[in-house]
Design a protein around this ligand. Structure first.
Ligand SMILES: [Fe+2]
Length: 264
């Protein structure tokens, strides 16, 4: 998950923003080679954790300050395992600096902003999102919208705001197929999402009579707001035709009954 997300971000950012070489010039070449080096870095970013006792790594309780200090050594431990003839400089950057923060409060070197390589800044975003949305021995997985919120709120402090901007274009808080509870208690599923309005996905659900309906709805903290409202918050009967307000929903959108066979 971390590797796929980091590579997705790299493949989006690389052709749009390019990279800065040692002369300070922006370049767009060596794309495939650089993506391979990023992928390798993402794959082995935590290799240094093999130097940390399992009892500390998977400790279900809160870590002591001494245990935290030990955990914080894993980036440099990993980098020291990778000699220059076995890994590229970019790959080693990802391993060594994936816990640095944009504001300099990360570890281990406390670098700020773009002093940390772009690939490590990408890995930092992917690593935190993955940690939040995956099960860990010390905590259950959180929903995608929780991970998206943490990344969005960390822009400019924990994370490179430019990387976060790209992240928010490719990672949706309520992805297609995601199950969302309705206020009625019935379950609903996300049937479409517009990256311009990710908090207002197209929701497919059954009404009280069993009809299968879909509507664009506001979702806040993982919960659908009033199902009687759709689109721009007007009752469904008053809603403008699809796209008439300049913000048409992704796949149709106004409340409508669906062919039941369509969901089989
Ligand atoms: Fe790590």
């Amino acid at each position: 998950m971390l590797g796929a997300l980091g590579l997705l971000l790299g493949q989006r950012i690389n052709p749009l923003d390019g990279w800065i070489d040692w002369r300070g010039q922006r370049r767009y070449d060596r794309s495939a080679e650089r993506m391979t080096e990023l992928a390798m870095g993402l794959l082995i970013h935590d290799i240094g954790k093999i130097s940390i006792p399992e009892s500390v790594l998977n400790k279900p309780a809160k870590l002591t300050p001494e245990e935290w200090d030990l955990i914080k050594t894993h980036p440099s431990a990993g980098a020291s395992m990778l000699s220059a003839d076995r890994a590229s400089a970019l790959t080693i950057c990802v391993v060594r600096d994936h816990h640095e923060r944009w504001d300099g409060l990360g570890y281990e070197r406390g670098r700020t902003g773009s002093d940390t390589h772009q690939f490590a800044r990408i890995a930092a975003v992917a690593d935190v999102y993955d940690a939040i949305t995956a099960d860990r021995p010390y905590k259950p997985a959180n929903a995608p919208h929780v991970g998206v919120r943490v990344v969005r709120e960390g822009a400019g402090s924990q994370f490179d705001p430019g990387v976060v901007e790209h992240f928010l274009r490719v990672v949706m808080p309520y992805p297609v197929g995601y199950s969302i509870p309705m206020p009625s208690g019935r379950s609903a599923v996300v049937a479409g999402v517009d990256a311009e309005r990710p908090d207002r996905p197209l929701i497919r659900y059954h009404d009280e009579s069993g009809r299968l309906l879909e509507a664009v709805m506001q979702v806040v903290d993982g919960a659908v707001q009033d199902p009687a409202l759709a689109g721009d918050g007007r009752p469904t009967g008053d809603r403008a035709p699809d796209g008439a307000d300049g913000h048409g929903p992704p796949t149709g959108g106004s409340l409508r009954e669906l062919d039941r066979t369509a969901t089989r």
